[in-house]
Design a protein around this ligand. Structure first.
Ligand SMILES: NC(=O)c1ccc[n+]([C@@H]2O[C@H](COP(=O)([O-])OP(=O)(O)OC[C@H]3O[C@@H](n4cnc5c(N)ncnc54)[C@H](O)[C@@H]3O)[C@@H](O)[C@H]2O)c1
Length: 420
């Protein structure tokens, strides 16, 4: 049986590896291993039946050495402080590799959002926003969507913050609806960036999209846009899954039809989707399919020491944060599997969140074409840096990503006369 993995240990293992490669002494990077601030809040919310429920939420700021903290808000029943700490740290490294002027943060509430009505979700979001208001702000810490949260959640947060602040400032959150200051292309940005990351790897390996088969675990915002973009690029997506299980079709799934079905209602799941020729598979099976690329796009720790040896794909494209444990990472490295690491692969979301924040502060809005061009420029440039360092030092893409990111964080802190 797999051991329980603390995602924060996954972060620490990657940081230690990078520090070793960079030749840092412990004192030079020690600070980068700890969050700057952890906030825990408990707050009451009135349910539709008149009862009162107490919720627990978090907001963690890992590092602000390079700029204000930035990172999503997760609504999930398994959220805990170690997970939020790990997610905040990944954000700090992700924005550093993306080379945008932010630090890392993350938040969450222990709740299964699918058990709440829309009105209960709104009241809970507003109460949480009020509780974390002292530690967030457009120049301090800027939330965004993550698992279980949406543009609508961001709209409630922005509106609640406006009540506290006395005026509406759209730069308080990103991933907002376009009508209230959101950016064109933000909803699609993470998935588009994930797809672009894969195209870059394929080019280096002289592989062609039309010859590639892909399986995607998780069909939320990131998984579904990744699936749509890849299928538009000619890649054959043969399997997808969500919390209810997966579907497989050897000749390729109709991704447009599937995403349309899922988007009709926030509670729609793949278990309710019907189409001819599809076979039902489990979330364990989807990662072990005989495909060229697997894309974990759901939660942490999906690839561990129990299944890493059985993975048949030659490329693992990490759309989710922290899907691979350090033990699995070592097994896949030995087997020559290319891992496109999360802190680079899914950085498209925060890159366009940064563009949204820039547009909000300028009061000048860009077309979707401009947003996408700037996003692709960054994904390509950052990939070239990663690839070059991995070749130069003969290290994995993950090691290269952490080396670049850690070095940028440490240097920024040192320039301010601070320890990293
Ligand atoms: N939203 C973003 O912009 C963004 C940016 C970068 C990284 N990420 C990361 O991408 C991942 C997915 O985020 P999202 O925004 O798409 O979330 P989401 O809530 O929109 O979707 C999550 C998906 O995962 C599925 N899922 C949940 N538990 C599962 C399980 N045990 N097995 C299989 N599937 C399961 C859900 O059914 C859903 O399809 C997370 O790791 C998140 O941190 C998101």
């Amino acid at each position: 049986m797999a051991k329980q993995h603390n995602p924060y240990d996954t972060v620490l293992a990657a940081v230690e590896d990078a520090a070793k490669i960079l030749g840092y002494s412990e004192g030079e990077y020690e600070r980068a291993k700890y969050p700057e601030r952890e906030t825990v809040v408990h707050f009451p919310v009135e349910m539709d039946d008149g009862s009162v429920r107490i919720f627990t939420g978090f907001r963690v700021q890992h590092s602000t050495a390079r700029g204000p903290a930035k990172g999503g808000i997760r609504y999930h029943q398994n959220v805990n402080i170690d997970e939020v700490k790990a997610l905040a740290a990944w954000m700090a490294f992700k924005v550093a590799i993306a080379n945008i002027p932010y630090g890392g943060g993350k938040g969450g509430i222990i709740v299964d959002p699918f058990t709440l009505s829309d009105k209960e979700l709104e009241r809970m979001t507003r109460a949480y926003t009020m509780m974390i208001a002292p530690v967030i702000g457009p120049d301090k810490d800027i939330p965004a969507p993550d698992v279980g949260t949406t543009p609508e959640t961001m709209a409630w947060m922005a509106d609640e913050y406006a009540k506290i602040n006395g005026y509406y400032n759209p730069a308080i959150v990103t991933g907002k609806p376009i009508e209230i200051g959101g950016s064109e292309g933000r909803v699609e940005a993470t998935g588009r960036g994930v797809a672009r990351a894969l195209m870059n790897v394929l080019k280096k390996r002289d592989m062609h999209p039309e010859d590639i088969t892909v399986a995607i675990q998780g069909m939320g915002n990131v998984g579904s846009i990744t699936a749509l973009t890849l299928s538009e690029l000619g890649v054959k997506v043969v399997a997808v899954s969500d919390v209810s299980g997966g579907i497989y079709k050897e000749s390729g799934l109709n991704i447009k039809d599937i995403t349309e079905y899922l988007s009709q209602n926030r509670k729609n799941l793949l278990s309710g989707y019907e189409a001819s020729g599809i076979k039902r598979i489990t979330n364990e099976e989807i990662l072990l399919l005989d495909v060229d690329v697997i894309v974990p796009a759901a939660l942490e720790n999906q690839i561990d020491e129990t299944n890493a040896g059985d993975i048949k794909a030659r490329i693992v494209l990490e759309a989710a944060n922290g899907p691979t444990t350090p033990e699995a990472d070592a097994i896949l490295k030995d087997r020559g599997v290319i891992i496109v690491p999360d802190i680079f692969a899914n950085s498209g979301g925060v890159i366009v969140s940064y563009f949204e924040w820039v547009q909000n502060r300028q009061g000048y809005y860009w077309s979707e074409k401009e947003v996408n061009e700037r996003l692709m420029y960054k994904m390509d440039k950052n990939f070239e840096d990663l690839w070059a360092l991995s070749k130069e030092k003969n290290i994995t893409l993950r090691e290269a990503a952490y080396c670049i990111a850690l070095d940028r964080i440490v240097k920024a802190a040192n320039k301010k006369g601070r320890l990293a």
